[in-house]
Design a protein around this ligand. Structure first.
Ligand code: GDP
Length: 361
């Protein structure tokens, strides 16, 4: 899963990126479009994997991971200056995390001269909408010209109809994810990698005095719900302090502030929910591993994640929900108690399923 962190300059985007990815398994930079982008791979904390590793003492323990990308700050008017690079920088991400400044701090100048979270969020939204509109209009022009030359097919006609709706919506200021397009229509649009079609989390970067958000970010919270987005209040400043502490120090610090947990876990969980992802586990003395899977995937699709041979030769999946496995203490005990189930290829995987695949190639 990869998530692009976006925001206006001085929103606290890089502070949040650095806090989320401190101690990341891998970091790097890759160049595309107009600037290099920082990338960090964060391992997803999961107590369930920790328990499995405690039972098996495996040679290798492999958590799920999330890649965060710190995209260059977007300034109002950027889409007019170069929509193509704005798009290509963010084309590959599955979801966007838009950081919006809420914190009042006179020592940090705001590019627009004042702190107004709703205005800033709408300014960035407008850039994305304009960038998408440019792409849609370009393609529509091409389709219209082909049609006038008699080069139309039913697929192209369908594409033109969907893009027409997209253009009209964008012109009215509606993000593509809010147009109520069905699955088939969204699939038609996939190749364009429209920014406003991507699932999005709005993150209010709130002041240290109000780490849970409150009156200052109420407008932003409302904007998120009106525009089909998840909302999280985060203090990038506090997160970056926590990221520098060891676990014990961080625990005490959070308790002092009256915060239940650091934001990294919340951000990652929200991304999982937003992208409709679940985790399943494989386990043994060689490796205990958390796998990521779209909700609704079948057992044979889960098998294919591990290896195409396992899906091709799929016979059955032995499944034990994590909580029952844990209650039984060991896989053998769970089996003895007749707790585990044998499922066929069409079984719909659930979050937390622990699995042994039986296959034959
Ligand atoms: P970016 O341009 O969006 O990447 O913003 P940065 O992360 O570089 O932050 C810009 C400035 O704002 C830096 O001086 C940060 O220290 C400061 N900053 C970021 N987040 C917070 C915050 O939550 N509270 C306060 N007071 N300052 C912050």
């Amino acid at each position: 899963m990869n998530i692009g962190i976006v925001g206006l300059p001085s929103s606290g985007k890089s502070t949040l990126f650095n806090a989320l990815t401190r101690g990341a398994a891998e970091t790097g930079r890759f160049g595309s479009g107009r600037a290099e982008i920082n990338q960090g791979r964060v391992l997803v904390p999961d107590e369930r994997l920790g328990w499995l590793a405690g039972v098996y003492s495996p040679k290798k323990r492999t958590p799920a991971s999330v890649d965060f990308l710190d995209a260059p700050g977007v300034r109002p008017g950027d889409s007019a200056r170069g929509a193509a690079s704005l798009i290509s920088d963010l084309r590959t991400v599955e979801a966007l995390l838009q950081v919006v400044r809420v914190f009042p701090d006179d020592s940090v100048p705001s590019p627009s001269g004042s702190v107004d979270a709703v205005r800033d969020a709408q300014d960035l939204d407008a850039e994305f909408l304009l960038a998408d509109l440019a792409v849609a209009e370009n393609r529509l022009k091409r389709l219209e010209s082909d049609r006038s030359k008699g080069l139309s097919t039913p697929e192209l006609a369908e594409e033109e109809a969907v893009l027409g709706r997209v253009r009209d919506g964008l012109e009215e200021g509606t993000a593509i994810r809010c147009l109520g397009l069905d699955r088939r229509e969204m699939l038609r649009l996939k190749g364009f990698a429209f920014l406003s079609a991507k699932p999005q989390i709005l993150v209010g970067n709130v002041g240290e005095e109000e780490p849970g958000g409150g009156s200052a970010d109420a407008g932003l919270r409302q904007l998120a719900s009106e525009t089909g987005r998840e909302y999280l209040a985060v203090s990038a400043q506090i997160e970056s302090e926590i990221a520098r502490m060891d676990e014990e120090e961080a625990g005490a610090f959070l308790e002092d502030l009256g915060i239940a947990e650091a934001s990294r876990g919340r951000v990652i969980r929200t991304c999982f929910d937003l992208l409709s992802l679940i985790s399943f586990f494989t386990f043994g003395e060689d490796e205990c591993k958390a796998w990521t899977l779209p909700k609704g995937s079948s057992a044979v699709e889960a098998a294919g994640k591990i290896h195409s041979d396992i899906s091709r030769g799929f016979i059955r999946a032995e499944i034990e929900p994590f909580e029952e496995f844990k209650a039984a203490g060991t896989w053998a005990a769970a089996k003895d108690a007749g707790k585990f189930r044998l499922e066929g290829r069409d079984y719909v995987m659930r979050d937390g399923d622990c699995v042994v695949f039986r296959f034959n190639v």
